[in-house]
Design a protein around this ligand. Structure first.
Ligand code: KIV
Length: 271
């Protein structure tokens, strides 16, 4: 299905209503206008300008050094191209943890300067006060618990979270605290499928899983992962729907061969 320009704009209430209707929610990332336009026209429900941009676009080993300026730039580019999906911007590390005021200022910049319609931030119970202030100001917030990459050093890497009883209970409480603080949905990253199902059933707001099994209310993937463009490593939870990286490499090799053999350009490509 490809969307017509007359199709309906997805809003925060529409995302919440999808859970009540039992309709699964699709979300993908984008960091530039070209990719955002394709993903949007394909009909995805939400587009996330993830701080994964630091790794995918910036070639960095993790997301910790991504800045507000970079995220505002990526979000602006994506918002220029999105007509249908709900546009969510990821708040980078240290843009919301230092103080509630700083979080409000930075979250507001995504809406005011970059065209985002919601922000996402990582963390559970400890972020509830900050989230309450943002949602109370009219800024829709998406939560993110489980494997939270901005805390990778504290978590000891990119391990599955919630296998032990105490951590699984902590994640259940985190989810409830975020719902109570007013988030409109929560990303559950890399937690056991049974725990994600339990959490999803305990909440009235939708959960969006990544490496959290089929019991979530929706799913998110990094677009460059599912298209086979990001090839540096491949987490188990990534399903590849295309091998565009390999296709691009082959195309570039064919171009180089043609240039070396002087078979490009030919007469029809010349003036
Ligand atoms: O930064 C990102 O792309 C994310 C998703 C993987 C949920 O946070």
């Amino acid at each position: 299905m490809s969307l017509s320009s007359a199709s309906k704009k997805i809003t925060v209430p529409a995302i919440r209503a999808m859970k009540s209707k039992g309709e699964k929610i699709s979300m993908l990332t984008a960091y530039d206008a070209l990719m955002a336009e394709i993903v949007d026209q394909a009909g995805v429900d939400m587009i996330l300008v993830g701080d994964s941009a630091g790794m995918v676009m910036g070639g960095r080993p993790n997301t910790l050094s991504v800045t507000m300026d970079e995220m505002l730039h990526y979000t602006r580019s994506v918002s220029n191209a999105v007509a249908h999906a709900l546009l969510v911007a990821d708040m980078p590390f240290l843009s919301y943890q230092v103080s509630v005021e700083q979080a409000l200022t930075n979250a507001g910049r995504f809406l005011q300067e970059a065209g985002a319609e919601a922000v996402k931030l990582e963390g559970g119970q400890s972020m509830a006060g900050t989230i309450r202030r943002l949602t109370g100001t009219g800024i829709p917030v998406m939560g993110h618990i489980g494997l939270t990459p901005q805390s990778m050093h504290q978590l000891g890497g990119f391990k599955v979270q919630g296998r032990e009883a105490s951590r699984s209970e902590e994640l259940r409480q985190d989810a409830l605290a975020l719902q109570e603080a007013g988030v409109f949905c929560i990303v559950l990253e890399k937690i056991p499928a049974a725990l994600a199902t339990d959490i999803s059933q305990s909440l009235s707001i939708p959960t969006i899983g990544i490496g959290a099994g089929p019991g979530c209310d929706g799913q998110v993937l990094v677009t460059h992962d599912m298209l086979g463009l990001f090839r540096r490593f491949r987490p188990r939870f990534v399903r590849r729907y295309a091998e565009l990286g390999d296709a691009m490499e082959k195309a570039v090799q064919a171009y180089i061969k043609d240039v070396k053999a002087n078979t490009f350009p030919d007469e029809s490509e010349s003036y």
